[in-house]
Design a binder for this molecule. Structure first.
Ligand code: KG4
Ligand code: ZN
Length: 356
């Protein structure tokens, strides 16, 4: 069922075609350069960039895949959570296409799409535990089926990706900083005692990363020489000095061990033996190593997406939309965007008869 995926929830504008779980083509524009000088995503700039980029990307995608709009059966769009203005741009584009082509409109939960993304690479079995670690969320789910996600734990303050980005900002590294902290971690062994493992002293599956962020701020205040003069100095071949690298690897380890311990607890609490790791922070090498170790220790079946499928992309939206449509679920043109912090309703309509 040819599905077009539209992703505009934050600072990536992306479109993709997926058919029968296979990616036929994907185009993407990252706005990172537009926001990096501000040290974070500026919502107003982000929505304007989506508006500017969608049309040329759409033309590129059609050219690249040789597909025509009439062939599309499903228009799948990330409807939240995300930045409201950004989501609305994607929704407007999706509704216009669905109306013009007669394809089904399907609003996709961006977080569920992250967790199902590895299904584009391998078969997923359920029930499974899902650990979603991204820039805006750190959630543990019991996933009963691709349509049934039960939230078991979430962050009470900062998300893991946010903690990475704030730690990087404290060190004056470019935005988004997670990838730099990860890369620099490879240049030094971590000091396991440098930073705390937050919010483990309880039975809950919730997370709290704001204390870890404060620990980094305090450490850097005591060692001001760690702060880089400018993020612009950090070129792709930049080699950090030993102390900066040690802070990065110690920080990565603190986040990874915290996530590993909570996941361990979730396995014990639920008895589930299948794990799906997803979201931008799932690209982190220390975290991937730690979750692999946990899986070996507890004999778990671990699924981790390839690196491109960890961060925001449109293939995962197209794929999730295709699954929903195959289960007979879609939306009307009154589909609403849901900003971050609000619950996404299960407000599907039943699929109307397939167009000829
Ligand atoms: O899933 P994602 O692309 O967007 C959201 O839905 O939030 O995640 C982006 C987050 C950012 O905080 C970014 O710094 C982080 O993922 N990230 C990483 C790595 N790559 C991306 N964090 C740690 N290590 C990485 N390799
Ligand atoms: Zn995301």
């Amino acid at each position: 069922m040819l599905s077009l995926g539209i992703e505009t929830s934050c600072d990536e504008t992306a479109l993709a075609f997926v058919d029968n779980g296979q990616v036929l083509g994907e185009v993407m524009f990252s706005q990172v350069d537009k926001h990096s000088i501000f040290g974070g995503v500026v919502p107003e700039i982000a929505s304007r960039e989506h508006l500017r980029k969608l049309r040329p990307l759409w033309e590129n995608l059609l050219e690249q895949t040789n597909l025509s709009p009439e062939e599309i059966k499903v228009v799948a769009v990330a409807r939240g959570p995300g930045l409201l203005g950004c989501l609305l741009v994607g929704l407007g584009f999706a509704k216009g296409l669905a109306l013009g082509t007669g394809a089904l409109l399907v609003g996709v939960n961006h977080l569920h799409a992250h967790l199902l993304a590895p299904g584009l690479e391998q078969k997923l079995d359920f029930p499974a535990l899902g650990l979603l670690v991204s820039g805006g969320h750190t959630n543990i789910y019991r996933i009963n089926s691709p349509l049934d996600f039960e939230l078991l734990g979430r962050t009470l303050d900062d998300a893991a990706g946010e903690a990475f980005d704030k730690a990087a900002r404290t060190l004056n590294l470019p935005y988004p900083g997670g990838i730099y902290i990860d890369r620099f971690s490879g240049f030094a062994e971590p000091d396991p005692d440098m930073f705390p493992r937050p919010y483990l002293d309880n039975q809950s599956l919730d997370f709290s990363f704001s204390g870890l962020k404060t620990a980094v701020v305090n450490h850097v205040r005591d060692h001001p020489e760690l702060v880089r003069p400018s993020p612009l100095d950090i070129t792709p071949d930049y080699r950090p000095d030993h102390e900066l690298a040690r802070v990065c690897s110690s920080f990565s380890l603190a986040v990874a061990e915290t996530l590993q311990k909570k996941l361990h607890r979730a396995v014990m609490a639920t008895g589930l033996k299948r794990i799906i790791l997803a979201g931008g922070v799932a690209a982190n090498s220390t975290l991937r190593d730690r979750i692999r170790e946990l899986s070996l220790e507890l004999d778990l079946h671990l699924v981790m997406p390839g690196l491109e499928l960890c961060t925001d992309n449109a293939s995962m939206i197209a794929y999730c939309g295709e699954i929903l449509a195959l289960h007979g679920l879609c939306h009307g043109l009154d589909l609403e965007a849901v900003p971050r912090g609000q619950k996404i309703p299960r407000d599907y309509s039943l699929v109307k008869p397939e167009k000829n």
